[in-house]
Design a protein around this ligand. Structure first.
Ligand SMILES: C[S@@+](CC[C@H](N)C(=O)[O-])C[C@H]1O[C@@H](n2cnc3c(N)ncnc32)[C@H](O)[C@@H]1O
Length: 206
């Protein structure tokens, strides 16, 4: 049985319908080509310096190196600093998040732009769940992004009918500052040892 909705006026009912319709075009299986706004990407690119866009086409790729639907980004190896704005349709997002997480475990840094769907199971498993273990960072995007889709709207951008978040998966060494500090101290130890080796031991008797 479908859930019935009660609206105080006909205008409110129509406004709710328009909102649902607008939201649904971004999740439609028929069209997955919504481009990240360039200024938004540029801001993240300045911070991370992306090397690979794992879901793209030749017209919307954000990096010189990219994978398309024909390559199937999910079947490729993700290395280096990776940008990921995947297709959003239904549960389609889940394998992309899993791949992003797994790739970080083997050394990649993966920055993902996804809907901030905090009520979904995937959000709790792959985003919030990983963030609680220090394995992901969540940055909520203020306001609503305007996505471009030349096929749907050749002259402009459409405001998303949903909130967005950037989720960052980093290699395990960056999961907490304690391990980075430990690494730094160890490197200093190595430098100290090398210095002794060059100048000779402090006490030649030893
Ligand atoms: C939301 S758009 C993002 C485009 C662009 N990377 C950006 O950030 O503006 C998702 C892109 O993924 C592509 N795509 C869909 N399935 C894919 C797959 N299996 N492997 C790689 N790319 C895929 C779509 O054709 C589309 O261009």
């Amino acid at each position: 049985m479908s859930r019935s909705r009660v609206y105080p006026t006909n205008a409110a009912r129509q406004a709710a319908y328009r909102k649902r319709k607008k939201r649904s075009i971004f999740f439609s299986r028929k069209c997955r080509e919504w481009e990240t706004p360039q200024d938004f990407f540029d801001q993240y690119n300045a911070e991370f310096g992306f090397e690979l866009d794992v879901c793209a086409n030749a017209g919307n790729a954000k990096c010189a190196r990219f994978f398309t639907k024909e390559d199937d980004g999910l079947k490729q190896a993700w290395q280096g600093v990776v940008w990921m704005n995947p297709p959003y349709g239904g549960r389609e997002l889940i394998p992309w998040l899993k791949k992003a997480y797994d790739s970080a475990q083997t050394g990649a840094t993966v920055v993902c732009l996804i809907p901030a769907s905090t009520g979904t199971a995937y959000w709790w498993e792959w985003v919030k769940g990983k963030a609680e273990k220090g394995e992901a960072e969540i940055r909520f995007v203020p306001g609503r992004l305007h996505f471009k889709n030349p096929k749907k709207n050749p002259n402009g951008e459409d405001p998303a009918g949903f909130d967005s978040a950037v989720v960052i998966y980093r290699p395990p060494i960056f999961h907490n500052t304690k391990s980075v500090t430990t690494l730094k101290l160890n490197l200093e130890d190595v430098v100290f040892t090398d210095h002794n080796a060059i100048t000779g031991p402090v006490n030649p008797e030893v």
